[in-house]
Design a protein around this ligand. Structure first.
Ligand SMILES: [Zn+2]
Length: 256
């Protein structure tokens, strides 16, 4: 009888241990999708389309693909509608959720007269950022629509090259993983027939404040007519979203 009780107790302890282990392994992989701009901040403007709407359409489409196909991934959106969200709040949403991955989705623009085609992906970094300062300046300029941005971003002036020098001293522990994800995204874009504009580094405020691997995608050029037509079409949105989804799926597979 005592032996039986002992066995029973052992079984109870064992099953409790198994349940705890299951609960731990079931901790979801959390993905934050950040549709750039929104509300009073339209982002880059084309002749017909606005960056904020393209970013949101693609972010929602990526999220749907993940939710339908990767059941163990929890998706959090920094916005699901046309609202203004501050840059540091976007990062804070990801940090509070202890997210595994942060993907910011944007659309590129060039000055009048210049033509550009293709997709590119950025990670945070400044060591080769002189070429990419224009993109960072444009994306960071969103903070100028925020209240008290001078004090909240510690004197950072998104338009001044000097402000970016501070980025050089930042060691990003997530750099390797971020570059891995960015490389996978570009591979998928290339496979889908997009011109591959490569993986780059630049000083994006929204990436600086995140504490997990992160990257910022520039889907294409809203200021080039053929690109704008693609970016605002269902086909374009679906193909771009599928590429980002496939890359996230492959990235996640490397984390297990
Ligand atoms: Zn943008």
């Amino acid at each position: 009888m005592r032996k039986l009780l002992f066995l029973l107790a052992l079984m109870l302890v064992w099953s409790a241990a198994v349940q705890t282990a299951r609960a731990q392994s079931a901790k979801p992989f959390t993905l934050v999708l950040d549709a750039g701009h929104g509300g009073k901040d339209p982002g880059a403007l084309g002749t017909a389309g606005k960056e904020k709407n393209i970013n949101l359409a693609v972010a929602l489409a990526v999220g749907r693909l993940v939710e339908q196909n990767l059941k163990d991934v929890k998706v959090i959106y920094t916005r699901k509608t046309d609202v203004f969200v501050e840059l540091d709040e976007r990062a804070a949403i990801a940090n509070r959720a202890k997210a595994n991955l942060f993907v910011s989705i944007h659309t590129n623009a060039l000055p009048k007269g210049a033509q550009g085609r293709g997709s590119e992906t950025y990670t945070l970094g400044m060591h080769r950022a002189a070429d990419n300062l224009d993109v960072a300046k444009r994306e960071n300029a969103a903070i100028m629509l925020e209240k008290d941005y001078e004090s909240r971003y510690e004197g950072f002036d998104p338009k001044s090259a000097e402000s970016y020098i501070i980025f050089e001293f930042m060691q990003d522990k997530n750099m390797e993983q971020s570059v891995k994800l960015a490389t996978l995204i570009q591979q998928q874009f290339r496979a889908a027939g997009r011109i591959d504009k490569g993986v780059h580094q630049a000083g994006f405020l929204v990436l600086r404040a995140t504490s997990m691997p992160s990257c910022l995608v520039e889907l294409g050029y809203i200021t080039t007519a053929s690109e704008q037509a693609y970016l605002t079409s269902d086909r374009g949105v679906n193909e771009l979203a599928m590429s980002i989804y496939q890359a996230i799926k492959k990235y996640k597979a490397t984390q297990q």
